[in-house]
Design a protein around this ligand. Structure first.
Ligand SMILES: [Zn+2]
Ligand SMILES: [Zn+2]
Length: 433
C-alpha cells in the first residue's frame, strides 16, 4: 500500500514536472513584452556608445552587470572583451547556446537618429568616427532581453543556456591574428558547459518581421587576397627600358575576373572574386617599380575555393612572367562558410514560425555572398544562423540602406521578434526528447 502510494506520488510529480516544462508561446509573448522598454533603452544606449572590435569594454561591462543581476554565472574577458553568461535551469537537461556580436564599425553615422553616435575610436593608428552600422547594438539588446526572459522562467527550464556575447565580428582588427569568434573558441567559450548547438541572428534589410535562412551554405566563406607585383621602374616615355607593372596589374585584374567567370560552375557554387584596391605610382610620367592589389574572395565550397585559389596563383605568376615581372600572392581567411546544420535548420522552421507568424519565415532563401564569423562556432558544434528583416517601415527593402552604410538604421519594431525567436528556440530545443 505504502509502495503504491509512493509510485502514484512519483507519477503525479512527473506529470507536474512535464506540464511545467512546456512554456507556452503566449506566456513567452507576455514576458517578452515586459522586457521591451529595457531592450529598447539598451539598444539606444549601445547605439550611442559604439566600440570597435576588441575595444568593447563599456558594452561588455553593461552586459556582464545585467547578466549578474539575473543570477547567471558570468565569465568576462573571454577573447579580450567577450562575455559568457550561463543560466542553469531548475532541472538538469541539454545545453544550448545563443550568440550576439558586439562590435561597431569605423563609419561616420548619417542616420539622423536622436541617439546617433558621435563616438570615435582608433583604427589603423588613426582616430576615426565609430557607429553601429551593422546593427550589433540590436543584437546585444535582444540577447540581454532573452536572458532576462529565460532567467524569469528558470524554474520551468530543464537544462542550461549559454549566452555568448562576442567581440570583433567584423574581422580581426589589423595586427590581430584572430577575430572574435575564433578567439573566444580558442579561449574556451564552448567548454564547460559545452553546448550541443548554437543559434544566432542578424538584422538585415528585409520586410520587418520576416525571418530567412537556408540549410547548409547560407553565408559565404570570405578570404582576403593580396597580390604584390614587382616590375622595373622607368620613365613613362621609355616603357621598354623597364617592366611596366601598371600594365601587368591591368592583366591581373582581367585574369582574376575571367578565371572566376569561366572556370567555376555558377549554378552549384556561387563565387565572387573582387579586386577592390590597386596602389601604384606617384607621378603621371614615371612607371613605378611595384604595385599592390587587394580583394576579397567569396565562396560556398571549400574544394572549389582551394582549386580557384591555386589556378589564380598560377595564372597570375604566368601573367607576371610574360612581362618580366614577379608576383606574390597571399590569401587569408576572414570567415568560414556559415553552414547551417540541415537537421537543425528543418527543426527550427516551425519554432521561428511560432515566433514570427505564418508566412513570415522563409527557410529556403538564396545564399548570400556576405560573411559572418558565426561560422567558426558552427565548425565546433552544429548551429543555425538566420536573418531578421529590419528595413524601416514603409521603405522598400530593396532600396533601404544596407549593413555598413552610414545610413543603416534597422527597425526597432523587430526587437520583440528577435527576443522571442531567441527564447522560443532555447525553450523548444531544451524540451526536445
Ligand atoms: Zn557587419
Ligand atoms: Zn554584422
Amino acid at each position: 500500500m505504502r509502495r503504491l502510494f509512493a509510485a502514484s506520488t512519483m507519477a503525479l510529480l512527473l506529470a507536474a514536472g512535464s506540464a511545467q516544462a512546456q512554456v507556452d508561446t503566449a506566456s513567452v509573448d507576455a514576458a517578452v513584452q515586459r522586457v521591451m522598454p529595457e531592450v529598447v533603452a539598451w539598444r539606444r544606449d549601445f547605439h550611442q556608445h559604439p566600440e570597435l572590435g576588441f575595444a568593447e569594454t563599456r558594452s561588455a561591462g553593461v552586459i556582464a552587470d545585467h547578466l549578474r543581476s539575473l543570477g547567471l554565472e558570468v565569465r568576462t574577458g573571454v577573447g579580450k572583451t567577450g562575455v559568457i553568461g550561463v543560466l542553469r535551469g531548475a532541472r538538469p537537461g541539454r545545453t544550448v547556446a545563443l550568440r550576439a556580436d558586439m562590435d561597431a564599425l569605423p563609419v561616420q553615422e548619417a542616420t539622423g537618429l536622436d541617439f546617433a553616435s558621435s563616438a570615435t575610436g582608433t583604427y589603423m593608428g588613426n582616430i576615426v568616427p565609430v557607429a553601429h552600422a551593422c546593427g550589433h547594438d540590436m543584437h546585444m539588446a535582444m540577447l540581454m532581453g532573452a536572458a532576462e526572459v529565460l532567467a524569469g522562467m528558470k524554474d520551468r527550464i530543464a537544462g542550461t543556456v549559454v549566452f555568448v556575447f562576442q567581440p570583433a565580428e567584423e574581422g580581426a582588427p589589423p595586427g590581430e591574428p584572430k577575430g572574435g569568434a575564433a578567439l573566444m573558441i580558442a579561449e574556451g567559450a564552448l567548454n564547460d558547459p559545452k553546448p550541443e548547438a548554437i543559434f544566432g541572428l542578424h538584422v538585415v534589410p528585409g520586410r520587418p518581421g520576416s525571418v530567412f535562412y537556408r540549410p547548409e551554405g547560407f553565408m559565404a566563406a570570405s578570404d582576403r587576397v593580396d597580390i604584390r607585383l614587382k616590375g622595373k621602374q622607368t620613365h613613362g616615355a621609355w616603357p621598354w627600358r623597364g617592366v611596366d607593372v601598371i600594365a601587368v596589374a591591368g592583366q591581373v585584374v582581367e585574369t582574376v575576373n575571367t578565371l572566376t567567370a569561366r572556370t567555376v560552375d555558377p549554378t552549384t557554387t556561387p563565387t565572387v572574386f573582387t579586386i577592390a584596391t590597386i596602389n601604384a605610382g606617384v607621378r603621371y610620367n614615371i612607371i613605378p617599380d611595384s604595385a599592390t592589389l587587394s580583394g576579397t574572395l567569396r565562396t560556398f565550397d571549400t574544394a572549389q575555393r582551394d582549386a580557384l585559389v591555386a589556378r589564380a596563383e598560377t595564372a597570375i605568376d604566368h601573367v607576371a612572367e610574360a612581362y618580366g615581372a614577379t608576383a606574390e600572392f597571399g590569401v587569408k581567411q576572414n570567415a568560414a562558410l556559415v553552414f547551417n546544420d540541415p537537421g537543425l535548420s528543418a527543426w527550427l522552421a516551425p519554432v521561428l514560425t511560432d515566433a514570427a507568424g505564418e508566412g513570415n519565415v522563409n527557410a529556403a532563401t538564396p545564399p548570400t555572398t556576405v560573411a559572418e564569423d558565426f561560422s567558426y562556432f558552427q565548425q565546433v558544434i552544429p548551429g543555425v544562423f538566420y536573418h531578421l528583416g529590419a528595413s524601416p517601415d514603409g521603405v522598400d527593402p530593396a532600396t533601404s540602406a544596407p549593413n555598413h552604410s552610414p545610413e543603416f538604421s534597422p527597425n526597432e519594431n523587430v526587437l520583440p521578434l528577435g527576443v522571442k525567436t531567441h527564447v522560443l528556440t532555447v525553450l523548444r530545443f531544451l524540451e526536445r526528447s
